[in-house]
Structures are given as structure tokens and as C-alpha cells.
Design a protein around this ligand. Structure first.
Ligand code: FRU
Length: 528
């Protein structure tokens, strides 16, 4: 066993003989070059961002004929939120994207808020053409005049269809398909799925502090089914999703209800949560009262899943908006605002702690690994980074170590002036990300705190899977049981600088860290 494990004689591992002091500015790739496509300061290199202007929630995610479609809340005239359109991009792998023209524009009924899309395989809507199934988008209309007049019915649901693989869209002439007759002020973000056992379309819709379920046989005429909410919780719910998920390793299927919450997230502001329970085609019943957090970081909102992922693939795939409404509109990017999270696979596992949804970076991301360093002995760990490519600041790190009895194991990324630290703390059994010295943090008072997340697992080993892009860090700990997504704005890209176990400093070498596995990958840009 000893041979297969890496036992570190010292716990302060200066991985980077790349110590920044040896480098000068010309060594570092300056991402501030306007000529290079997607070369602007802070521009993510393997996350989705719009070419220019404002983006928020992912919308209309659907897979059809070899393409993952990603529509998104988009305001083409400014870098702050405004009358919403649906921007559009397609990808064969959820990693490399092709930008397409805006899919949906505001019209007389209103501008286009969040929603979903499905392939109407059996042409139940009758909106298909030439024997091919139409793609149907189901979205919220938001009418500013009505909002200003305080009529409370300014949000309603509409549909649009496409018969050319999502390239052009026509709004349904009978819109809205769900008017807001009850005058519910917040009445939005329809997510539609085909419910196999009742052979109906089912919609889940956010209605202030709860969700409403509707059913339809044709995506046009909708019948109200039921409400689901938590007594005493009056937070604003948005962007729901309802997904049947197989419990890993069993034949049991449970229903997962994803809900984004507008305030009171564990580390402040907005975040995505979920409930696990049953849905019988009419009502959702939660197994436990408590909602769980899909992500403990501050920057994963409005996470929803792709429709129509082929059965032989079988994965539950989704993406979130990598920001937080607290500061999204003032983050220091100039040409565009906001990115999406990494595309993720969700799994439902049964653990000692109960049923949990785990998140995993999709396997397609392996295609952007440019070079990999596998640490095989203490010697190479000491100096490994000195001849490892450090250009670009784009990393994926897989670190697996024996849970220490004391202290904090931290991984630091820095550029000489600024840093971000991600750690596991054995004293509190928590993960943390400290971005207080990560660069520009002054644009909003709630931006740069130390964020922590409780570990939700009992095991003797700690696993940290980390992705670093120019302005984001994503931690998938313990095989996706605890996830933290965090954005930051350093002046220059950050590099891996150090893995450190604090107990060694204080208590001596017997507190050395046992590393089971340690790999670092340099990633490449998907936008070249
Ligand atoms: C969530 C949200 C949605 C709404 C959209 C408007 O971020 O507030 O509820 O449809 O953004 O852009």
C-alpha cells in the first residue's frame, strides 16, 4: 500500500518552483489583448460567455440532432440587465460553442424571460412541418407597462416554435398560453417535461414562494394541477426544474425538484437548491422538509437541465448562471457580463446522510486537457511545477489525500500580488474558498468573503477536484457531494503556487499528509 501512496515528508510543498518572483511580466500571458478573440481581461477561456453585453439565466436547454442548444437571458444593448431576449448558441459537446443569432425578441405582449424548450416528437402541438418534430420554446412574457401600472398580471407564459433545428423561431399566434388570471406578481420560468406514465406534458412554474404544476396534451392548452411550497418560507423562488432520477446502483426512481432561491443562500444572496421526493403526475411530495444546496458557492444560480438527452446517453446534464444577483451587474468586466458554470452531470446517490444530488464536471471536458502531470513520488512533488507548463492560468486539479487529524490542507493559486485559497479544514470538517485577496473585490460590499461549506460525507479520504479558469474556481469535493462555484477578478491569471498542511508547521513531521492521488492538468482555451 505504501508504494502506491505518496507520503509527503514535508507538508509545505512548494509545487511551483514557478514562484512568481522568478517570473517577470513578459513571461505571463497577458489576457488583456483586445485583438485576440476572447482575449479580454477576465474573459473565461473554457466557460460559456456571450461575445458582448449582458447575460443571465440559461434557458431552453434542449438536445436535438447532435446539438446541445443553450439559449440564455440576454440584453444585447448593454452590459446591465434590460428588456430580455433569448440569446442562442449550440455545441456538440457542451464545451466548444458556436454563437448563433438572437432567437427570441420582445414583442407586443412583453419581453422574454426565462423558460425551457422541448422536442415535440409526436407533434402534439400540430406546429411541426413536413413530418418532422418541431422544437417548442416555453417562456415567460414580462410586460413593463403592466408592471408599472401595478396590475400584477404582467407575467404570463408563451410559446414559440422552430422547424429548422432552432435556427429561426415563430411565436405562437394564440399567446399567451397561460395568462395570469390570478394576478400573481411573480409568475415565471416554465420548465416543461414529458411525463411518461400520464402521457402528458408537465410544466413546473415558479409562483413567488412556491411552484405550480400544470399539465397539457399539446403544449398549448394547460390545466392547473397543484402547488408545492414550504410553510413559513416566503423567499422568492425562481427557475424550477423537475427531473426523474434513478438512484445510483438501484432501480428506484425519485423526483428531484430544483429551485433557485433569490435570497438567504448559505454564503449570501442567490443560489440553487433542490428537494428529493415523489411526483405522481399531479402532485410533488418531498421526502424531507429540508431543501439541500446544489452548490454552496455564491456563483451558481438558475441551474437547470437539458431536455431530450438521448436515452442511450442517459445522463442528467445541466448548467447554471455563474453569478449572483447581489453583484452580477457591477462585476468588473467591460465588454460582456457573466459566464455559465461548467456543464455538469447530476447523479442521485443514497448515502448515510440520505438521498443526495451530486454534481460532476461532464466527461467531455477531458478533451481540453493540454498536458497532465501525475505526481508519483515525493521527489517529483517537490519540484514538479518547475518544468510544467504554467502559461495561461487554466487548470484542473485532482487531489485525493488521507483525512488529516488536525489542521487545514490548502491549495493556493496566486499571481504574486493576488491569490485565491481553497481548503479542507479538519478542525471544522468544512471546505472553504477564500477570495478576499483575489484582486478587484471592491465593486460590491458582499463580494469577497470567506465562503465555507460543511463536508457531507464520512470517509477517511478527502477528494478535491478543482477547475480554475481566468475568473472562476469550481470545487467538486468528495465526488460532487459538496460543490462550491466562485468567481473572482484578479489582475493577471493565477497559477498553482502551493499545497500546504498547516499542522505540519505547528506540530511537526508526524503530521505529514498522505497523498493518495494527485494530478494537475493544464487546460486549453475553447475559444481560439
Ligand atoms: C432569475 C430571473 C428569472 C427571470 C429572469 C429575468 O435570474 O430573475 O426569474 O425569468 O431572471 O431575466
Amino acid at each position: 500500500m505504501r508504494n502506491t501512496k505518496l507520503i509527503l515528508a514535508t507538508c509545505i510543498i512548494i509545487l511551483t518552483a514557478i514562484s512568481y518572483s522568478c517570473k517577470n511580466d513578459s513571461d505571463m500571458k497577458d489576457s488583456d489583448s483586445e485583438e485576440q478573440y476572447y482575449g479580454e481581461k477576465h474573459r473565461p477561456q473554457y466557460h460559456f460567455t456571450p461575445e458582448a453585453n449582458w447575460m443571465n439565466d440559461p434557458n431552453g436547454m434542449v438536445y436535438y440532432e447532435g446539438e446541445y442548444h443553450l439559449f440564455y437571458q440576454y440584453y444585447p444593448d448593454s452590459t446591465v440587465w434590460g428588456p430580455m431576449h433569448w440569446g442562442h448558441a449550440v455545441s456538440e459537446d457542451m464545451v466548444h460553442w458556436e454563437h448563433l443569432p438572437i432567437a427570441l425578441y420582445p414583442d407586443d405582449i412583453g419581453c422574454i424571460f426565462s423558460g425551457s424548450a422541448v422536442v415535440d416528437w409526436n407533434n402534439t402541438s400540430g406546429l411541426g412541418k413536413d413530418g418532422k418534430p418541431p422544437m417548442i420554446a416555453i417562456f415567460t412574457y414580462h410586460n413593463f407597462d403592466k408592471e408599472n401600472a401595478k396590475t400584477n398580471d404582467h407575467q404570463s407564459q408563451g410559446i414559440a416554435f422552430s422547424n429548422d433545428r432552432g435556427r429561426t423561431w415563430e411565436k405562437f399566434e394564440g399567446n399567451p398560453v397561460i395568462p395570469n388570471s390570478e394576478k400573481i406578481k411573480d409568475f415565471r420560468d416554465p420548465k416543461v417535461m414529458w411525463h411518461e406514465s400520464t402521457k402528458k406534458w408537465v410544466m413546473v412554474l415558479a409562483a413567488y414562494d412556491k411552484v405550480k404544476f400544470y399539465a397539457s396534451s399539446n403544449l398549448i392548452d394547460w390545466e392547473f394541477l397543484s402547488d408545492y411550497g414550504i410553510d413559513g418560507d416566503d423567499r422568492l423562488w425562481e427557475c424550477p426544474d423537475l427531473i426523474p432520477m434513478k438512484v445510483q446502483g438501484s432501480d428506484e426512481t425519485k423526483w428531484v425538484l430544483i429551485v433557485s432561491i433569490q435570497k438567504g443562500a448559505p454564503n449570501g444572496g442567490t443560489a440553487t437548491s433542490y428537494f428529493v421526493g415523489e411526483f405522481d403526475g399531479n402532485e410533488f411530495k418531498c421526502d424531507t422538509k429540508n431543501q439541500k444546496w446544489l452548490d454552496w458557492g455564491t456563483d451558481n444560480y438558475a441551474f437547470v437541465t437539458w431536455s431530450d438527452v438521448p436515452k442511450d446517453d442517459g445522463r442528467v446534464l445541466g448548467i447554471g448562471w455563474m453569478s449572483n444577483w447581489q453583484y452580477a451587474q457591477v462585476v468588473p468586466t467591460e465588454k460582456w457580463r457573466s459566464a455559465m458554470t461548467l456543464p455538469r452531470e447530476l447523479k442521485l446517490i443514497d448515502s448515510k446522510q440520505g438521498l443526495r444530488v451530486t454534481s460532476h464536471p461532464v466527461k467531455e471536458l477531458k478533451s481540453i486537457r493540454k498536458s497532465t502531470r501525475v505526481f508519483t513520488s515525493p521527489d517529483t512533488i517537490q519540484f514538479a511545477m518547475s518544468d510544467f507548463e504554467v502559461d495561461g492560468g487554466l487548470y484542473e486539479i485532482e487531489l485525493d489525500f488521507k483525512k488529516p487529524e488536525h489542521g487545514r490542507v490548502s491549495m493556493q493559486f496566486e499571481n504574486g500580488l493576488q491569490n485565491i485559497v481553497v481548503y479542507y479544514d479538519a478542525e471544522t470538517d468544512e471546505y472553504g474558498v477564500d477570495k478576499s485577496k483575489s484582486g478587484n473585490t471592491t465593486f460590491h460590499e458582499n463580494f469577497a468573503f470567506l465562503h465555507t461549506a460543511p463536508r457531507d460525507y464520512e470517509s477517511d479520504n478527502i477528494k478535491m477536484h478543482i477547475f480554475l479558469d481566468h475568473s472562476s474556481l469550481e470545487l467538486f469535493a468528495d465526488d460532487g457531494r459538496t460543490v462550491m462555484t466562485e468567481i473572482f477578478f484578479s489582475d493577471k491569471p493565477l497559477y498553482i503556487s502551493m499545497l500546504n498542511h498547516s499542522s505540519f508547521n505547528k506540530l511537526g513531521p508526524e503530521f505529514s499528509l498522505v497523498i493518495n492521488d494527485y494530478k494537475t492538468h493544464v487546460l486549453e482555451s475553447v475559444w481560439d
